[in-house]
Design a protein around this ligand. Structure first.
Ligand code: PLP
Length: 406
């Protein structure tokens, strides 16, 4: 195998550290375990690279940075015991009111919300049924989820975890043909709404017409803040969203919002109970309360002001990139999800590859991560950056683009 091929293989492994992670003993200094955690820099101690995130809310880059009010909440919450069900009850009631849902629960992310919402639909609160998942055959439980082809992304694996299969459709006629006594759910994916022929309202109406519950994955789809209640108002039976993206709550949290009966049943699949498929998706009081304050704050702050800051900051980066000979920039806002000013940078030398620029930025000081969706372009957002980092990114981009295009 050529070295290049080995590197390619390595980059596909789950530990994206690649070669470095094969040599874990490189800096085997004595562990300063006696120091108080506040005085330790564990990233440094363990040799973990940190970076400026100019890419966005990517799980492989650990999502977004929690706000101080979230980490303060987590720390305070960790000092007391309470009943896990009670904290979910009380927080769920508040979250439901804030999002116009009948009920809500904090899950271990949007993906877990999809699994749990569907599981609840399959079983209701019948413990004997709950225990049988994911083995649905011969139980009489429903086992199919209908979804438009353009909406059938990897994350729909969340539904397979219940034992269900996905039935892809394209037209209204397809939907009506696909519906049968095994149909448990009709699922919609907001961020790819434009990749399907059937839009939100019609999807909900079709579900209602046939008595099939509908769901909507809006994991990455705030801002706008109104999306937090828009799809509950529209009549979807359950809606899921990530906590650790724009809301800057815990990365291991999200919301499942929806009909009371579904949320109640979903809870039977969740800890503290352990006879279910959801036991491994535990959120403790720290995440539950952290998610709650993240949402509360998100609903209350000045989104227009934040948008203006994003525009100003991305303009700084655009200007610095554009001033390099041979560089083109395009500023756009994705319409359905990850809705934030996004800068696409392209250049006039096809032999220069995005990954070369990414590597230069990555190995510089400070390290910077940008994202690329094609060989000859990189994309930048500023919404998870810390104040002032836009200037550093602008300067580093200008330096590296100037060098590589010279
Ligand atoms: C991020 C994302 C998910 C997964 O969300 P988690 O909160 O990480 O579980 C699911 N669906 C879509 C469309 C997403 O963007």
């Amino acid at each position: 195998m050529k070295r290049r091929d080995i590197l390619k293989k390595l980059s596909l492994l789950p530990f994206a550290g690649g070669l470095a992670s094969l040599y874990p003993f490189q800096s085997a200094k004595a562990s300063p375990a006696a120091d108080s955690p506040a005085n330790r820099d564990l990233f440094k101690e363990l040799g973990i690279r940190t970076f400026i995130n100019a890419a966005g809310t990517y799980t492989f880059m650990t999502g977004s940075l929690m706000h101080d009010y979230v980490t303060d909440t987590i720390k305070a919450a960790s000092k007391e015991f309470c009943l896990l069900d009670e904290v979910q009850d009380k927080v769920g009631e508040k979250i439901a009111a804030m999002t116009h849902a009948e009920a809500a629960v904090v899950t271990a992310g949007a993906f877990s919300g999809l699994t749990l919402g569907l599981a609840g639909i399959l079983t209701g609160t019948d413990v004997e049924k709950v225990k049988q998942l994911p083995h649905l055959e011969g139980t009489g439980m429903k086992s199919e989820v209908i979804c438009q082809k353009g909406h059938d992304i990897d994350y729909n694996h969340a539904f397979l975890n219940t034992g269900c299969k996905i039935v892809p459709v394209e037209t209204v006629e397809d939907v009506e043909k696909a519906i049968n006594e095994k149909t448990a759910l009709m699922h919609f994916l907001n961020i790819e709404a434009d990749k399907g022929k059937i839009m939100h309202e019609e999807w909900v109406a079709l579900g209602k017409k046939h008595g099939i519950p509908t769901s909507n994955d809006i994991a990455a789809d705030v801002p706008p803040v109104s999306n937090l209640w828009k799809f509950n108002d529209m009549g979807f039976d359950f809606v899921v969203i990530s906590g650790g993206k724009a809301m800057k709550g815990p990365q291991s949290a999200g919301l499942l919002m929806g009909k009371k009966k579904i949320i109640e049943a979903a809870r039977v699949h969740m800890p503290p109970r352990g006879f279910n498929i959801g036991r491994g998706m535990k959120v403790n009081k720290e995440e539950v309360l952290g998610m709650y304050v993240a949402l509360e704050h998100y609903l209350n702050y000045d989104h227009e002001k934040e948008w203006k800051i994003w525009e100003d900051n991305i303009a700084v980066i655009e200007k610095a990139a554009k001033s390099v000979n041979g560089v083109n920039t395009k500023l756009f806002v994705p319409p359905l999800g990850n809705i934030t000013p996004t800068l696409e940078i392209t250049w006039n030398k096809p032999e220069v590859k995005a990954k070369d620029i990414q590597e230069k930025l990555r190995s510089g000081s400070p390290s910077i991560e940008v994202i690329s969706h094609s060989e000859n372009s990189i994309n930048i957002t500023v919404w998870v950056m810390k104040q002032g980092e836009e200037k550093i990114v602008a300067k580093r981009l200008n330096e590296e683009l100037t060098k590589i295009l010279a």
